[in-house]
Design a protein around this ligand. Structure first.
Ligand SMILES: NC(=O)c1ccc[n+]([C@@H]2O[C@H](COP(=O)([O-])OP(=O)(O)OC[C@H]3O[C@@H](n4cnc5c(N)ncnc54)[C@H](OP(=O)(O)O)[C@@H]3O)[C@@H](O)[C@H]2O)c1
Length: 268
């Protein structure tokens, strides 16, 4: 399995490359080079967000690349504090302008609440935003739509109100933090789980037990963690600014046994 040329298929039949490049914390003046390097080593799936303030650089890289537009999968996100129908349409147009795109591959509500007020009940606002996204999807401006950081309750609220299941829920997911209830609900409802922070934003890369396991298998901790996400049927979005790590993070030609997966499940 080559993660560069393999896909998950969303519930609407759209194919999404199995490993995406995360771009959180990559400033706009650096992201162009990072994305160009990623394209060069075979990545075709880029995860951005208006909140990362790097859509402009991502867009320039897509334009500058020799890859055909249809072979690139681009995700961006509605900022977490923007809720409401018209507000969503306006914010979407701003993202499309910055990305210089006609059609977006995946658009996500970044979070069910503003980052400045985690846990705030924005159910009605999320429903209105999701309705706007459904309309953009039906108009062909977006190929797939979804959410991020949504709990089961948050998911049910928008699904019940619109009768439309998001194609994706992008959540925190890594060895030791797998949010099982959300993953089970999503997988039972054909909502692809994207694993963000698959390396715990770098925090698990010195974990002694993982190091031992990785050494035994002749892989790196990063590879072990990314493969774990894939074998859990989640789509990992590792972020790196370094070309050699991009290659490493997509070199996943090994299998974790059932026993190894269980061992990883127990890691805290
Ligand atoms: N929807 C959301 O709310 C949300 C939240 C968080 C993240 N995300 C998405 O998920 C992506 C990934 O999550 P993340 O940025 O938290 O971090 P991550 O991918 O879990 O880890 C990135 C960190 O690991 C380092 N790293 C990457 N590959 C490595 C390797 N092979 N060996 C050693 N170190 C390595 C990176 O450093 P270098 O860059 O120096 O290589 C960076 O410090 C984000 O960029 C974003 O696209 C979404």
């Amino acid at each position: 399995m080559n993660p560069m040329t393999s896909y998950f298929t969303l519930s609407n039949g759209v194919n999404i490359p199995m490993v995406g490049l995360g771009t959180w914390q990559i400033p706009n003046d650096q992201v162009f080079d990072v994305v160009m390097n990623a394209f060069e080593v075979g990545y075709t799936h880029i995860d951005s967000a208006q909140g990362y303030q790097n859509e402009e650089g991502v867009g320039r890289a897509i334009k500058a690349s020799s890859l055909p537009r249809e072979s690139i999968f681009v995700t961006t996100k509605l900022p977490s504090h923007i809720k409401g129908y018209q507000e969503t349409l306006d914010s979407f147009e701003q993202s499309m302008k910055d990305l210089q795109l006609e059609v977006l591959d995946l658009y996500l509500i970044h979070a069910p609440w503003p980052w400045s007020n985690i846990g705030q009940d924005c159910t009605q606002g999320n429903i209105e935003s999701f309705k706007a996204m459904i309309d953009l999807y039906k108009q062909g401006r977006i190929r797939s739509i979804g959410v991020s950081n949504f709990s089961v309750k948050d998911l049910k609220a928008i699904m019940d109100a619109t009768g439309f299941a998001p194609h994706v829920n992008q959540i925190r997911f890594y060895v030791g933090d797998t949010q099982d209830e959300i993953v089970s609900f999503c997988q039972a409802n054909n909502i692809l789980v994207e694993a963000y922070s698959p390396l715990a934003t770098g925090r698990i890369l010195n974990h002694p037990e993982l190091l031992q396991m990785a050494e035994q298998k002749g892989v790196t901790i990063a590879q072990l963690c990314i493969k774990y996400c894939l074998q859990k049927n989640t789509l990992p979005l590792p972020k790196t600014t370094k070309k050699e790590r991009m290659i490493e993070n997509a070199s996943l030609d090994f299998t974790l046994s059932e026993e190894e997966m269980k061992k990883l499940d127990r890691i805290k």
